[in-house]
Write a protein of this length. Sequence first.
Length: 510
Amino acid sequence: MKQNQEIFSSVVSIDPYLQSYFKNLSGQLVKEDILQYSKKQYAISFLDTKSFINTIVSVSKNIPQEDLHDVIENKAYEELALDMAIAYQTNYIEIHNRIDENNRFFHVFVVDPLILENDFKPIIDQIKYIDYITPYPLLLKSLYSKEIIDDLGIHCFISFARDDASLTIYQEQQYLYTKSLNFSLTKLHESFCELLGEQISMDAFVNILSTEGLATGNVDHQKYLIKIFSDTFLHVNDVITYAKRAFQIDKIDTLYVGCDTIDISGLDEYAQAYLSITTYDFSFNYGFTDQEQHISQTHALMQLYTTIPADERYECNFSTYHRPPPFIQRQSGKFILLIAASLIIAFIYPVTNWALTYVANLKYNRLYTQYNQIHNTKIRRQATIFLKNKEKKRLIALANQEIKNYNTTKNTLIKIHNVKVNYSMKAKDLAYLTKTLNQFHVKLEEIGYKQKNNQRYFILTLVSNHNKNITELVKYLTKIDAGIYAFSLKDISYNAKKETYVSKLKAVLL
């Protein structure tokens, strides 16, 4: 469980009056013979109704929250006429279902510190701390928070214990009123012995109640039990009548009656017949199992109380036996920490310088080692790069020479190929041209080949006795070879000395 930001491995519930202890182990309530101290154990206990007094006080809504406790405490002293010389312990819970424009109302619980010391000193001697001590009536809130009782209305709870008996009223699932009854099992035992005319042990009386109950076959036992419980419920009726008048209650809707440590057969039926109130046995399914046949109602309520969030239960803790705060929150702890901090501050400068110097030296040595390794690697790689560059230049020069030789050879081969394969004026073409020239009585005096601006052409020097022969030749060639050559003839000149006509014919390859 988790309480006050601390995590506990187990919860022990303590009845300081019966000196009984139960521990919750995985949902099973296990009775402990002795208490054992454990730092990881959460301890809870309670105050029975005869150990405290209570009242209702009202305070102005204008009272600041920080002054509220002092104001409530002063009012409690006044209303309960407490001895101002005694430092009573006071705790309170607010009443939220009373609506008033000007005032707030509180249930106030007051405990004599001597009672706390006397009742709980034997416990503290064993386990050192008790985390939570709350008035018994407030434990009943857990029945509503856990929805064990889920209906509204006005409920009355009557519980009999060895040294105390109590009556508690809840209205609309909120605490309203409690009263200690002078009919504990010890008192009932004394009354029974008086009626019986002989003294029997307390254990024998409890055995009669638990095994025979009010419907016992022993006539004397039944008569005396009916008598003492008749007196008990007569007093209960008076208390209920007072509570109804004081709190303006029309009726009690449900009554729960029982004994904390034993089951008393027929008690609920008798209470219902006597008080005319719907009555049930004060025994609930708390979700725990028990090695005993009867689960202690008080221990079950305490165990259940520790499982409820703080905002769903009444926070009313009378424990003065709290665990010491964490070391750093104690005065001694703060003092020791202050001394430690002073020493640290005194030594922090030289220690820091030494530490920084040491770290710097380590860093320098590590970097120097890395530098040497990197520098050596750099020298080796530079030498390798130099050799590779030298080899690269040699290979580039060799490659360039090879490329140059290749291009020279390539060009030579291209020229040879062009001459042998692609040369335009092939032998058959020359034969054809010669035949044509003879046909038109024109002689070829000179032939030339030129290439200019991606244009290849031949210059043919023609000679004939008649200029008409030349013109007729050009017409013929232009018509027949139009797709192969483009012929052009600028002029025809006459050589008077030779009595011949001369012309230059340009044949452009298409």
